[in-house]
Ligand binder design. Structure first.
Ligand code: GDP
Ligand code: IMO
Ligand code: MG
Length: 421
């Protein structure tokens, strides 16, 4: 059996959580492969709404094992808080949550370093979620990090103090006030909670499961345009959000990747700083923000909104090798008389359909305009009944990307999901 990968094709918040929850009954294992609690994945069914940060989005399904893979970074405090919420809702779910031994730990001082670094950058700040993601991955590649497997060792506290002191030395270079006394206490409480979970050798676990014909879905966090290598650097996160990240982040070889399921919104959003060629500052932008409830699931920050960016979408499809597309938030476009899609960029008076190295605000989008539709579509359950204008838009995207749109999502609820035959 091969492992399918589901990931975001834009700047995150494409609706990965919702779709993973919808698809989970088809899989035995859901595995997060990168990122950390910078993610906020929203799930909704009926009256129930929940946001997950570190835990895979299959957690509310009865028969799914949820694995946090080695490529993820975990904050024991956030993890503990997530666990206690889930315990109230569905206590038995936690028996099906496994942690990889090689997951790196976010220390309280990683979060302080994140804050200090952002403050020092001033206007050029990344707009980080301040969850300590960058500094933790820096310690991972710098070969200083602490991993979950280490918490079971006798010298763990000593190693913790060594790394903390290293951070305190670095922090002396910044003019940044902090006090980690309370956070440190909670952090060690979180470590004790982690010890109660099944800690596995993730790569063996998942490869064995595939050999036993189990179905595995790798759940991405963030999006392709936030990838450390291929995103709008330096306004990116610190992990590989692309499909190759699933191979590294779970220890599954590339030849065992099955479908690569790419999710995109019918328009674009971005939270944090960085270039956004199709960003809107007019009433259409306000319309998308309001109708799409575009506020960050992790930080509550307002998301910037703009039209779909086709060169960027095609780039993401290429980098990830997407085999199936999912369009979310199609319902948000209902009510617009006209809407647009960038089909190319103008840069130094030249037209290009590629994402250039200088991916910055000097790029001028070249737009194609589409007719909108009036009716609300959130209660529709068949592709055939969708407005013809939306079908035209879908057909255009399929022709441009060369990949079929498999699912159209028309609302935040599990049920508001249209599968195409
Ligand atoms: P993720 O990070 O990719 O999991 O996405 P988020 O959960 O951060 O943001 C997506 C937001 O859109 C959440 O509030 C979802 O409940 C909501 N959502 C997901 N799909 C749809 C959809 O098709 N239509 C609408 N209106 N909302 C959606
Ligand atoms: P999900 O999984 C949207 C953005 C931050 C910032 C940049 C770097 O919910 O799609 P970091 O904290 O990673 O150092 O921040 O990346 N960012 C996200 N934006 N969705 C996310 O996750 C994000 N995770 C990080 O806003 O611009
Ligand atoms: Mg999110």
């Amino acid at each position: 059996m091969k492992m399918d990968v589901l990931l975001g094709l834009q700047w995150g918040d494409e609706g990965k959580g919702k779709i993973v929850d919808v698809l989970s009954p088809e899989y035995n294992i859901i595995a997060r492969f990168q990122g950390g609690p910078n993610a906020g994945h929203s799930l909704e069914f009926g009256e129930f709404k929940h946001v997950l940060h570190s835990i895979p989005s299959g957690i509310f399904r009865d028969n799914t094992i949820n694995v946090i893979g080695n490529g993820v970074v975990l904050d024991p405090v956030i993890f503990m808080n997530e666990i206690s919420k889930i315990k109230e809702i569905k206590p038995d779910a936690l028996k099906r949550l496994y942690l990889s031994r090689k997951i790196h730990l976010i220390l309280p001082t990683h979060k302080i370093l994140d804050g200090a670094s952002e403050a020092a950058k001033g206007k050029t700040k990344i707009g980080s979620t301040l969850k300590g993601i960058g500094p933790t991955y820096m310690d991972k590649t710098g070969r200083n990090g602490l991993r979950i497997g280490d918490i079971l060792e006798g010298n763990f506290i000593e190693r913790y103090n060594f790394l903390k002191n290293k951070h305190l030395d670095i922090l002396k270079q910044y003019d940044f006030q902090f006090d980690i006394t309370d956070q440190e206490k909670e952090w060690f409480e979180g470590i004790e909670i982690m010890k109660q979970f099944k800690i596995i050798d993730g790569a063996y676990y998942i490869n064995n499961a595939l050999n036993e014909n189990k179905k595995v879905l790798a759940e991405g966090a963030q999006g392709t345009l936030l990838d450390i290598e291929f995103g709008s650097y330096p306004f990116v996160t610190s992990s590989n959000t692309v499909s190759a990240g699933a191979n590294i982040g779970l220890g599954v070889p590339p030849g065992k990747t099955g479908d690569v399921i790419g999710i995109f919104k019918s328009y674009c959003t971005r939270v944090g700083s960085g270039p956004f060629p199709t960003e809107l500052f007019d009433k259409d932008g306000e319309f998308l923000a309001e109708k799409g409830h575009e506020f960050g699931a992790t930080t509550g920050r307002a998301r910037r909104c703009g039209w779909l960016d086709m060169p960027a979408l095609k780039y993401s499809v290429m980098i990830n090798g997407v085999t199936k597309l999912i369009m979310t938030k199609a319902d948000v476009l209902s009510g617009l008389k006209k809407f647009k899609v960038a089909t190319a960029y103008k840069i130094n008076n030249k037209i290009t359909t590629e994402v250039p190295f200088e991916f910055n605000d000097d790029l001028e989008p070249v737009y194609k305009e589409f007719d909108g539709w009036d009716i609300e579509i959130d209660n529709m359950d068949s592709f055939d009944n969708l407005p013809k204008e939306l079908k035209t838009y879908i057909q255009f995207i399929e022709e441009e990307t060369g990949v079929p749109i498999w699912i159209v999502s028309v609302g935040p609820d599990r049920k508001e999901t249209i599968f195409r035959n």
